[in-house]
Design a protein around this ligand. Structure first.
Ligand code: ZN
Ligand code: ZN
Length: 331
């Protein structure tokens, strides 16, 4: 099969022909149709996440169809459409796993990081961690739901009943969260890199009531903020923008160092927290909600072979919505 392979962080991915994987016990073999590109992929490829299993096929927003199944797989007939997310396996036994917090499992393995992912024609995945894809979603529109959507949703849940929500960094996750927030009757205030008028226009198109640069204080005090931008300098800015009792949620897996800030901007029972990974329950809830809204994902498509160009576009802030790799069937 064709695959894009990371040999070493800091290097471009290499297009290669490799043996297609064989499904082991509990795994399904999946023909990949689309794989969303996540900022986390950039952190893996650029070496900011330091524990990839090399050589690696990245990609953890996989939509495809089941080709075959290994032993101990029930109910995944050939042709079933499935999604494979970032959380690839857990120990199922630790305190985190037993208390509904499998996202924090120390033994967890992640797709496109410790497990080969979806920048390829085929992949294998543990069937217990695959999701059914809502019927109405075309493959290409569904792919960004699997991480951008899921992590965005988990981040939004962490804001509780906040009515005015700031979103810092308006890319794939933000454009999905904005739709959920609006559906729930909340107001979205969108913050972008300074002078990024394209992203600001995009946020307005997605229903934001206000847009501005990330260091700006908005006209209204916010009840909560979600940070998707990988920029630690945004954290104090967001704390300044939320009112007493407000929560600031960091939704990314990596960000640059957070500058020191005066205690006064945390005072007043403001909460600063991160969101790590996802649980299967998040996936079930969110994928049930998505078609009700319905969430429309804006996607920018790239062929599998252009994964490096797609990553570059994301790195440079040139993607409107979500970048998705399209994996064409060989004729
Ligand atoms: Zn565990
Ligand atoms: Zn992701």
């Amino acid at each position: 099969m064709k695959a894009m392979i990371l040999d070493k962080p800091g290097q471009p991915l290499r297009l290669a022909n490799v043996e297609a994987p064989v499904p082991g016990r509990g795994q399904v073999l999946i023909r990949v149709h689309a794989c969303g590109i996540c900022r986390t992929d950039l952190h893996v490829v650029d070496g900011e996440l330091t524990e990839p299993c090399l050589p690696l096929i990245p990609g953890h927003q996989i939509v495809g169809t089941v080709v075959s199944a290994g032993d101990e797989v029930m109910g995944f007939a050939a042709g079933t459409r499935v999604g494979v997310p970032w959380l690839g396996s857990t120990c199922n036994q630790c305190r985190f796993c037993r208390s509904g917090r499998e996202n924090l499992c120390d033994q967890a393995k992640f797709t496109g990081y410790q497990l080969n992912g979806g920048y390829a024609e085929y992949t294998v995945a543990d069937h217990r961690f695959c999701f059914p894809i809502p019927e109405d979603y075309p493959d290409l529109q569904a792919a960004p739901l699997l991480c951008a959507g899921l992590i965005g949703y988990r981040s939004l849940v962490m804001t509780g009943s906040a009515e005015r929500i700031g979103i810092y960094g308006f890319g794939a996750a933000a454009h999905i969260v904005a739709q959920v927030a609006r559906y729930q009757g909340r107001e979205v205030y969108a913050f972008t890199r300074s002078g990024d008028s394209k992203a600001q226009k995009f946020a307005l198109d997605m229903g934001a009531v206000w847009v501005g640069d990330s260091q700006t204080i908005p006209p209204e005090e916010l009840d909560a903020a979600i940070i998707f931008a990988p920029d630690g300098a945004v954290v104090p800015a967001a704390l300044r923008a939320v009112e007493k009792g407000g929560v600031v949620v960091c939704g990314g897996i990596h960000m640059s160092d957070i500058p020191s800030f005066p205690y006064a901007i945390l005072w007043g029972e403001r909460v600063l927290r991160s969101v790590a990974n996802l649980t299967r329950r998040d996936g079930e809830e969110f994928l049930a909600l998505a078609p009700k809204i319905p969430i429309h994902t804006e996607v920018q498509l790239f062929p599998l072979e252009s994964a490096n160009e797609a990553l570059d576009a994301l790195r440079g802030g040139r993607v409107r919505g979500a970048a998705v790799l399209v994996i064409k069937e060989e004729k």
